[in-house]
Design a protein around this ligand. Structure first.
Ligand code: ADP
Ligand code: MG
Ligand code: MG
Ligand code: MG
Length: 418
């Protein structure tokens, strides 16, 4: 049910509303009549407007009571805006400078006014054109290490952690989207599914009949349902990253909840690997993409190695949480054992991340929401060839996870697929 007072804003009605929000009006400068408003939402769920005034600009994101991609037949609660602004605030605390600032939040309208990221573009768009982002690995690993460590039981007391979990517990509808679209539907006949047809009909059927794969993805689903390790972003693909050559920001945390850390790390790895495989479909004799593919795989390696180092550094210097009580590890043998346990913890997290990455790669090819990295390859045979390589690697990553003890094992396998 839509609350009293809610209405979706339009390009025509937004300026009048914003003129009543003094902080926003002051930021834009001039008066409502001077402001240029454009709807730019390219996501699957929400409205996004860019508003520019003589003194500055803002981005305005408003939830709709349904899924934008599908329409009113698929209702979705407006409360996702509430969870998004809470997540943005928590992320700003643990990863300062890496998310847009919030200027205003209107609970009734499910509307967030935030810093306009300009001249940033969506990272995925740049990657399709083979643009390198030298600051990306540094920024995304700082973001993930800061947010995941800082909201975990390694940093928080049990009381703090449970209070924070309670604040995000209600984001069930968004979690359900993930549970269905990522962990379930690609592995069965479902109305939402689509794939490059007829080229992938055979492999789609093969996956639906692959019992080992269905057990593996269900094990990951159980982890997603039950492991409240940290506040995760929940939708950390390259379409949720806005970049310039020297600035990187993470947007769109409306799926945030306390879940398994490997889900975010895996999302980043998956979307880099999808882009890597898609490059074979974009390459031309004049524009070969091999060296860009090398950059993408180097970035993939950097994501894990950088994250691991930063997370461990935070743990060593800021273990203020109730897990692994310092009093138990104060002696020499204890300190050594804790160090070994920290390494083992990171190994387990890597294994999770490989599995979640695989789930993300598969859903983007056989499920509802696809990636333009692949979708923009017009020649369907060529696209299907890229998609098949990506699916084959993902299947092996998910079922034979012992084959992927290191990120270098993942990137080497990606290279060998071609
Ligand atoms: P959705 O949840 O519907 O996917 P997003 O938060 O991803 O919405 O935003 C959709 C698009 O709006 C982004 O891809 C980007 O182009 C634009 N956008 C979102 N936030 C900002 C911002 N703060 N500054 C500039 N553009 C933005
Ligand atoms: Mg988005
Ligand atoms: Mg497709
Ligand atoms: Mg979103």
């Amino acid at each position: 049910p839509v609350p009293e007072g809610y209405e979706p804003k339009s390009e025509a009605s937004l300026a009048a509303y914003l003129s009543g929000v003094s902080a926003v009006a002051a930021h834009l400068g001039g008066a409502a009549g001077d402001w240029r408003v454009r709807e730019v939402g390219d996501g699957n769920l929400n409205l996004v407007f860019i508003v520019e005034g003589p003194a500055g600009g803002v981005a305005v994101k408003q939830a709709l009571p349904y899924v934008r991609l599908v329409g009113e037949s698929w209702p979705l609660p407006l409360s996702r805006a509430h969870f998004e602004q809470m997540a943005l605030a928590t992320e700003a605390q643990h990863a300062p400078g890496l998310v847009p600032d919030i200027l205003h939040y209107d609970q009734t309208l499910a509307l967030i006014v935030m810093e306009l990221l300009q001249p940033h573009i969506i990272m995925r768009q740049g990657m399709i054109k083979a643009v390198r982002y030298p600051g990306f690995v540094e920024a995304i690993t700082t973001f993930m290490a800061g947010t995941l460590f800082g909201t975990s039981d390694l940093a928080l007391t049990a009381e703090e952690k449970k209070a924070a979990m309670a604040e995000f517990c209600g984001n069930t509808a968004l979690c359900k989207i993930t549970e269905d679209l990522i962990f379930t539907e690609p592995y069965r006949i479902a109305e939402n599914n689509r794939w490059t047809t007829p080229q992938l009909d055979g492999i789609a059927r093969e996956f639906r009949e692959d019992a080992a794969l269905k057990v593996a993805v269900s094990r990951l689903k159980l982890k997603f349902l039950s492991e409240a390790q940290a506040l995760i972003h929940g939708d950390l693909h390259t379409g949720s990253v806005m970049v310039t050559e020297d600035d990187t920001r993470v947007i769109d945390p409306e799926f945030a909840f306390y879940g398994p850390m490997g889900f975010d790390i895996g999302a980043v790895i998956a979307n880099l690997l999808i882009n890597y495989f898609s490059q074979d479909g974009h390459a031309t004799p004049e524009d070969p993409r091999e060296s860009y593919q090398d950059w993408v795989l180097a970035a993939t390696e950097g994501v894990w190695t950088g994250f691991r180092a930063k997370f461990l550094a935070l743990w060593r210097n800021g273990a203020t949480g109730d897990a692994y009580p310092a009093a138990l590890f104060a002696d020499t043998a204890g300190a050594e054992a804790l160090k070994a346990e920290q390494e083992a913890y990171m190994d387990r997290l890597f294994t999770d991340s490989v599995g979640f990455a695989a789930a993300k790669m598969i859903r983007r090819i056989l499920g509802l929401a696809h990636n333009i990295d692949l979708e923009w390859i017009e020649d369907l045979d060529r696209r299907a060839a890229c998609e098949t390589r990506c699916l084959r690697l993902a299947r092996d990553m998910m079922v034979n996870r012992a084959n992927y003890p290191t990120i270098e094992a993942v990137t080497a396998a990606a290279r060998k697929m071609r």
